[in-house]
Design a protein around this ligand. Structure first.
Ligand code: F6P
Length: 538
């Protein structure tokens, strides 16, 4: 178990409160003017990822107090507990060892004193051999991943991110929503003979996934008969019996253990659709990149440790500046599902208000994560980012090497990414606006009427990530970076990052309503719920 930590009782917290008063609202351009080497001091680089947090509203003194906060929370002990296989998922009594799924032969990961690596490596070998077999099977042109949440978002995000590495592999599709239109829209493009379905569900009981898997099976069987299921279905689950009961050939069922959380699972068999898309070689490179980030996280000094620093700047924004969201802006179309993936990874992990001691926490926890690929977001919600009444710290992610042959596009894309970070920080004063308008010959009346609308307050924080390239290794490192950032924040916020009790109530009620619906039974609900049910039924 991780030790409890009471942020607001810590010594560092007291200093951070004072610093929030003194420095939290100072302008970042002022910091730059005072600290000529601010960029040098507030950027770090590893594994082809440069992270620049110099545009955060943070002084050097604040950074030191944040490192002290992490020390008071015994973050190094917590990190050790994570990697040791201790049951840090305390409410479910489980270890949290997704790092084992990307480990190398010779690495040591144990749960209850038992080495998990032989089975991890065995399943990895089998699933990658299967993926390569699928890729070389000319009869299979399309693979459909049926899953939801962690059994969908990670594989979908990575498959898109690594689309350039598919090298003639099958097209990979994703069906998640229990809206049948999702399945229809995918199946309408496909032919049963050339389609492989991979049913991905840790529990193999999830309503949405089971409904989609059954409907896909029916579609296949209607066309090719019952015997086709064995050749056209594979499954990934911890519930091997249920997958077998569905009619899937035991040789095509890939298992994993309960110490892998759904939203942290893409590194193992849950990543089968990624491996079908890019092949075993690229999949292994992705694991290599993630493992390298694990090593970095464990070994880098605090002031170079990317996940630690990013976690701390996030805590500063959330707790001390009172900023409620974290916007993720990938300036890479291939990373356009990263915000959705991070929504689950972060918000399902740290969107909690009960402490590890079972008592309500006294401080702010997980931010609302949202975002969209740049430059599309610029033409949608950046107006609010620049001039809205609320401030949203941004992670801006750009890739140095172009992902397309349109090199002119890439320069424009990068210019936009840097320009946005700069604009958010420097803003534009009334004096500048007025001078510009005067220079354009506008009248004083026009200037008085329009100038206030053209002022940008600035001082809106961002961290800039510059990736050398978007290759499998870097993608692996980037995802592992975010996983560890989430861990550090959960640790300091004293919450249980690896359960997800908050999704249960809605699931239970949906099943209850469904039963009442089918049985025409009357349940006890509030008047609004009852009225809506009646409307839907009639
Ligand atoms: O949304 C809740 C959740 O339990 C997620 O944590 C999980 O990733 C998703 O449902 C899917 O679960 P499963 O893989 O068991 O189908």
């Amino acid at each position: 178990m991780l030790k409890p930590f009471y942020l607001r009782d810590s010594e560092a917290h007291k200093r951070l409160l004072q610093l929030a008063e003194a420095d939290g609202h100072r302008s970042v351009p002022e910091f730059f003017a005072e600290e000529p080497n601010r960029f040098e001091a507030m950027h770090a680089e590893t594994l082809g990822i440069l992270m620049d947090w110099s545009k955060q509203r943070i002084s050097a003194a604040t950074m030191n107090a944040l490192y002290d906060l992490a020390s008071e929370a015994d973050w190094k002990d917590g990190r050790k507990a994570l990697f040791s296989g201790a049951a840090i998922n305390q409410t479910e009594g489980r270890a949290v060892l997704h790092m084992a799924l990307r480990a190398d032969e010779g690495d040591i990961f144990e749960v209850n004193d038992s080495d998990v690596m032989p089975s991890v490596l065995d399943v990895r070998e089998k699933m990658l051999a299967f993926a390569d077999e699928v890729r070389s099977d000319e009869d299979i042109t399309d693979v459909v991943n049926i899953g939801i949440g962690g059994s969908d978002l990670g594989p979908l995000m990575v498959t898109k991110a690594l689309r350039r590495f598919s090298d003639g592999g099958p097209a990979i599709h994703f069906v998640s929503n229990v809206d049948g239109a999702h399945l229809d829209s995918v199946l309408q493009e496909l032919s049963p003979r050339s389609t492989l379905f991979i049913v991905v569900s840790k529990t193999f009981t999830t309503q949405e996934t089971m409904a989609n898997a059954m409907a896909a099976k029916e579609w296949l069987v209607n066309s090719l008969g019952e015997s086709s299921v064995k050749a056209h279905f594979a499954a990934v689950s911890t519930n091997l019996d249920a997958a077998g009961g569905f009619g899937i050939d035991a040789k095509r069922i890939f298992g994993f253990s309960d110490w892998v959380g759904g939203r942290y699972s893409l590194w193992g068999p849950v990543g089968l659709s990624i491996a079908c898309g890019v092949g075993s070689g690229h999949f292994k490179s992705m694991l290599k990149g993630a493992r390298a980030m694990d090593v970095h996280f464990q070994e880098a000094p605090d002031d170079q440790n990317l996940p630690l620093i990013s976690a701390l700047t996030g805590i500063w924004s959330r707790e001390y500046l009172g900023l409620e969201t974290q916007v993720v802006l990938p300036y890479a179309q291939d990373l356009d599902r990263l915000p959705a993936y991070l929504q689950q990874a972060d918000m399902e992990s740290n969107g909690k208000s009960t402490g590890r001691d079972g008592k309500p926490v006294a401080h702010a926890t997980g931010a609302v994560v949202w975002g969209e690929a740049g430059t599309n977001g610029q033409h949608a919600f950046y107006q609010l980012l620049h001039q809205g009444t609320s401030i949203h710290p941004a992670d801006i992610i750009a890739v140095k090497t172009s992902m397309s042959s349109h090199l002119g596009h890439h320069q424009k894309l990068l210019a936009n990414a840097i320009a946005q970070a700069e604009a958010l920080m420097v803003g534009k004063t009334k004096g500048q606006v007025v001078a510009e308008m005067k220079a354009k010959g506008l009248s004083q009346t026009e200037i008085d009427a329009i100038a206030p609308h053209r002022v940008f307050e600035g001082n809106r924080p961002s961290t800039f990530f510059l990736l050398d390239q978007l290759d499998p290794e870097t993608v692996g490192s980037l995802i592992a970076f975010y996983e560890h950032r989430i861990f550090v924040q959960g640790l300091i916020w004293n919450i249980c990052s690896y359960d997800q009790w908050g999704v249960e109530l809605g699931k239970v009620l949906a099943n209850q309503i469904l039963n009442e619906w089918n049985e025409d039974a009357k349940g006890a609900h509030d008047p609004s719920t009852m009225a809506l049910m009646t409307r839907m039924k009639t």
